[in-house]
Ligand binder design. Structure first.
Ligand code: HEC
Length: 197
């Protein structure tokens, strides 16, 4: 009988202790309590809004350095599809890609796929659809004259980039068929065709 009472007393004390522990663990409202896989809640990396002593201004999120280009930025967006935009692109845009053999090869492949059916394999304005006699021939890159003035062989990086993006007269725009980088590769290859005799 006595043993039973003792057991009861011990278990009551034990239960009371556990309840106090459980209840007191809830008193801190900011505590998250036990966490499963805490790395999910408390990442090692800094959150953008966290203080950060690694930077001079003590912030994690930094202002991008001057001249930074956002992902997906199209340089031609700065130059509208107008005669002024075309001239401005000519003055200000230059190919950001260094001339290398592999890049030129890629430019050639893109040109053959996207331009040669009109402009011809050598850019002489004699592509396959011109030969059908249903489409007026574009001027030759090396011997023709641009409808916007000047010799085709003198067309600048910016003028060619602007033309590929927006098109001109019967030539359609290629802004959404070709990324800016693909367009620059083609511009590089068109310069090669401008040199042909
Ligand atoms: C549907 C046929 C067609 C396709 C495809 C085409 N062009 Fe043209 N392109 C033309 C015609 C036609 C002109 C002449 C337009 C005018 O000046 O009236 C022209 C003009 C140009 C000019 C001269 C622009 C200027 O300032 O006078 C360039 C450069 C040019 N194209 C490059 C390209 C490149 C690069 C591609 C491929 C990405 C391409 N074209 C695709 C038909 C085409």
């Amino acid at each position: 009988m006595l043993v039973m009472n003792k057991l009861r007393i011990v278990s009551v004390i034990f239960l009371a202790a556990v309840s106090i522990a459980v209840i007191s663990s809830c008193s801190d409202k900011r505590s998250t309590g036990w966490q499963y896989a805490p790395n999910m809640y408390e990442p090692i990396a800094y959150n953008p809004d966290q203080p950060n002593k690694n930077f001079k201004n003590g912030q994690t999120a930094q202002t991008p350095p001057a001249g930074t280009v956002p992902v997906g930025f199209d340089p031609v967006d700065v130059y509208p599809n107008t005669a002024e935009g075309y001239q401005l692109a000519s003055q200000s845009l230059s190919n950001p890609l260094p001339v290398t053999k592999p890049t030129l090869e890629e430019g050639k492949t893109l040109f053959l796929h996207m331009c040669s059916h009109c402009h011809g394999l050598q850019g002489q304005g004699d592509g396959s659809i011109i030969k059908l006699g249903k489409f007026p021939a574009p001027p030759s890159y090396s011997k023709g004259t641009s409808s916007r003035g000047g010799a085709m062989k003198d067309l600048t990086d910016g003028k060619i980039f602007h033309t590929i993006t927006y098109g001109v007269n019967l030539m359609g725009p290629h802004k959404y068929q070709l990324t800016p980088t693909e367009r620059w590769k083609i511009v590089m290859y068109v310069h090669e065709l401008q040199k042909l005799q």
